[in-house]
Design a protein. Structure first.
Length: 344
């Protein structure tokens, strides 16, 4: 009798993260997964375009069979085959988040038989998702410490609503080992970043950077370069992402009528909140690293700056595949992941 993991998409925060983790783990373990009540807690439940594109790409990478893959669907059945790797192009078709599509594809590609090259078009810097620079400099740097080998390049920026951003990713088959991410303090880190704008005057990106550095310099001993990037392209917008030598970062996006100084200040304060919490990992990376830790060999442990519903939802999905894999002590803010060794 075929074993199928069944996931309730309305659990916890009830968003797309449940779907992304479920499909990724299905590909890697070879176990079919059925997800119901997809995005049940969202104003528009069911699959949106970026979710469909992520699943379509995972389907191609793993030669899978999929039922229910249509816009608005609240149920899918995903039956994976072998993950071979290779070259793949994904056009989200909207300003949908490239980073969220990569959340599905990167762990899958690390489990592939050969190197994978992905070219994805969509939004690089959009609301409700990690900017691609955060994924590159925070999440994937931490995964690199675990043994993951990948490269990420931003070819074009894509902001809401035009989209049109383009990212190239190269991912190698990887063996993952557990890491204990120690707590860090403000005096121990060096902060760097990138401040960017497209189809806007250069001073917008410069002011964002200056504002962020000004806030950080009051609290952090070492503030390194914040690169200023100015582009012309299909999309108009701005943003800034900051990171340090720990899985802790901060970001903010520009908006019409919002002063560049406010954007820089918001990003700096977001990073500082992670540092001031005496944590080893910020609340966003605490969610994103969980899947890699679950696939690694050994026990990964870290204190997060804040326990979130995303983390709790992710733990639910992972524990549905690997029993008693993830435990979260909400009082101490400690996440412990007993790796399955599937990619160890």
């Amino acid at each position: 009798m075929e074993v199928i993991v069944k996931i309730d998409g309305s659990y916890g925060e009830g968003g797309g993260q449940i779907l992304r983790t479920a499909v990724a783990l299905s590909c890697i373990t070879g176990i079919p997964v059925e997800v119901v009540n997809i995005r049940a807690n969202r104003p528009k439940p069911g699959l949106a375009m970026q979710h469909m594109k992520g699943i379509e790409a995972a389907k191609l990478l793993s030669s899978a069979e999929v039922e229910g893959l249509k816009k608005g669907s609240t149920r899918i059945l995903f039956k994976p085959g072998r993950v071979r790797g290779g070259k793949l192009r994904v056009d989200i078709g909207t300003a949908g988040s490239i980073s969220l599509v990569l959340q599905v594809l990167i762990p899958v590609a690390m489990s592939a038989e050969k190197e994978t090259e992905l070219t994805i078009t969509g939004g690089t810097d959009v609301k409700w998702s990690p900017p691609v620079d955060y994924l590159k400099h925070v999440t994937l740097k931490a995964v690199e410490r675990m043994g993951g080998v990948s490269e990420l390049r931003v070819l074009e920026r894509g902001y809401y609503p035009e989209g049109g951003g383009k990212v190239f990713a190269r991912i190698e088959p990887s063996k993952l080992s557990a890491v204990v991410f120690e707590e860090v303090e403000k005096g121990e880190v060096e902060v760097r970043g990138i401040s960017h704008c497209s189809n806007l005057p250069r001073h917008v990106a410069e002011r964002q950077a200056r504002s962020a550095v000004g806030v950080l310099s009051k609290y952090v001993k070492r503030v390194g370069d914040v690169e200023v990037e100015v582009r012309r392209g299909r999309s108009t917008g701005s943003g800034i992402t900051l990171w340090c030598n720990a899985p802790i970062g901060g970001s903010a996006l520009g908006e019409k009528g919002k002063r560049a100084e406010v954007v820089g200040e918001e990003a700096a304060k977001a990073l500082l909140r992670g540092l001031e919490a005496r944590a080893g990992v910020d609340k966003w990376a605490g969610d994103q690293l969980m899947v890699f830790a679950a696939l690694a060999r050994g026990v990964t442990r870290y204190r997060v700056s804040r326990v979130t519903k995303h983390q709790i939802s992710n733990a639910y999905v992972i524990n549905s595949f690997f029993e008693e894999c993830v435990s979260i002590d909400e009082g101490e803010r400690v996440v412990e992941v007993r790796g399955s060794g599937v990619m160890g």
